[in-house]
Ligand binder design. Structure first.
Ligand code: PMP
Length: 415
């Protein structure tokens, strides 16, 4: 174990890092912006903005089709971004990386292709009680269509999945397991490697929703041995409207396509169409070329800082934030899992989460209030909504102090 002091020495130079993010320099309602809503979306470094600008001012052309120079440049940049995502996830091959609109589309793609092709009436899909709606609803829709059923592994009072119950729910009927790597509502880091291994023991295929994991943890899809891994670019400092799906090559090859259109075909006649190979089979139409390039730039930026260093700093922020919030009378933390990413969900006695967020906004502090697209999690903890502060590596202890001070003012208003 490294000592706490040695760990901190490894942390990124936050003051320098903040200079890379133009959005962080603004004031909101006359106060310096304190942006603590990173689980919803992250701010973008200049390197990402430059990559988008450079594409649109220099290289803008469609991909894969043109023989002219601009098209060659745009194709090279787009496919280069795919290689960047492959390296980021440690996938074996770029054929395993499909660009999508984000985690939601990646999950729907798997439900509508792998799921539709492989589920029969009576089969089971197993998820957990921690899931975001985007890892619930696509499976519910599929289950309804196929006459399959959705099973849910429960969570305990800390916000950890009860592994014994999860294991009991796995069985010969389980065809698909879909689990979040990190919970957006509570920050719980799930032991997905172990859970995937258990799913494989009963012959199920495992999809991991990594939307909240990739900004915080080093992900290695080969080490996890997941069958599918979904994430969104905008949560990892990249543009909105772009994300990726990792799928094992042999599964992607066997899966039917999803949407039909240009680029996903090899040949088309009115009688018959033959489909392209993965990943193109799943990328019908002109893709979000600029978005993919921006995502590549974001990943280069994040890996340039280093996910280990990011983890060190975020653990520090989480510990400090939890300690300081606990000092505010009436605050109750929701989600105290053994392993957590930098998310603090809480309720304040007597004050609705939306009122907290509105009052804090007047002080320039951006947090989230609501059910966080995870209504079953709220129900499990018996609350309608929580306030959620979620951190990125550019956040500081001073910003946490501002949050705590802001909560003091909330209390004064309501007392
Ligand atoms: N899964 C989790 C755990 C999330 O936090 C989110 C976004 N809040 C999603 C999936 C969906 O991501 P997107 O809206 O970018 O598709």
């Amino acid at each position: 174990m490294r000592s706490a002091r040695a760990e901190i020495a490894l942390a990124p130079d936050v003051r320098r890092v903040r200079e890379d993010f133009p959005a962080l320099r603004q004031t909101v309602h006359g106060h310096p912006l304190v942006y603590l809503d990173n689980a919803a979306t992250t701010q973008k470094p200049q390197a990402v903005l430059d990559a988008l600008m450079s594409f649109y001012t220099r290289d803008c052309a469609n991909v894969h089709r043109g023989v002219h120079l601009l098209s060659e440049r745009s194709t090279a940049a787009y496919e280069g971004a795919r290689e960047t995502v492959r390296r980021f996830l440690n996938a074996a091959d770029t054929r395993e990386i499909v660009f999508t609109r984000g985690a939601t589309e990646s999950i729907n793609l798997v439900a509508q292709t792998y799921g539709r092709a492989n589920l029969r009436a009576g089969d089971e899909i197993l998820i957990s009680g921690l899931e975001h709606h985007s890892n619930i609803v696509p499976w519910q829709m599929l289950a309804a269509e196929k006459g399959a059923s959705l099973r849910v592994a429960p969570i305990d009072d800390r916000g950890d999945i009860v592994l014994e119950e999860y294991e009991k729910l796995l069985g010969p009927r389980t065809v698909m397991v879909a689990l979040s790597h990190v919970s957006n509502a509570l920050g719980t880091i799930n032991p997905v490697r172990r859970m995937i291994e258990m799913a494989h023991r009963v012959g199920a295929v495992a999809l991991i929703d990594g939307a909240q994991a990739v900004p915080h943890l080093k992900v290695d899809v080969r080490n996890l041995d997941c069958d599918f891994y979904a994430f969104s670019g905008h949560k990892v400092f990249g543009p909105t409207g772009i994300g990726a799906l990792y799928g094992k090559a042999r599964l992607l090859e066997a899966m039917p396509p999803w949407q039909g259109g240009g680029d996903m075909i090899r040949s088309v006649t009115f009688e018959k169409t033959t489909f392209n190979d993965p990943p193109y089979k799943f990328e019908a139409g002109t893709p979000h070329i600029a978005g993919a390039i921006g995502l590549g730039a974001a990943i280069d930026y994040v890996t340039g800082i280093g996910l280990e260093q990011i983890g060190v700093w975020e653990r520090e922020l989480l510990a400090y934030g939890a300690q300081e919030l606990a000092r505010v009378p009436g605050v109750r933390l929701i989600g105290t899992a053994r392993e957590k990413a930098a998310v603090l969900s809480f309720v304040l006695e007597g004050v609705h989460a939306h009122d907290i967020a509105t009052i804090l906004d007047r002080q320039g502090i951006a947090i989230r209030a609501g059910h966080h697209c995870a209504q079953p999690v709220m129900e499990r903890f018996g609350v309608a909504a929580t306030s959620r502060a979620s951190f990125a590596f550019y956040n500081t202890r001073l910003e946490i102090d501002a949050l705590v001070e802001g909560l003091g003012q909330v209390k004064e208003i309501f007392e």
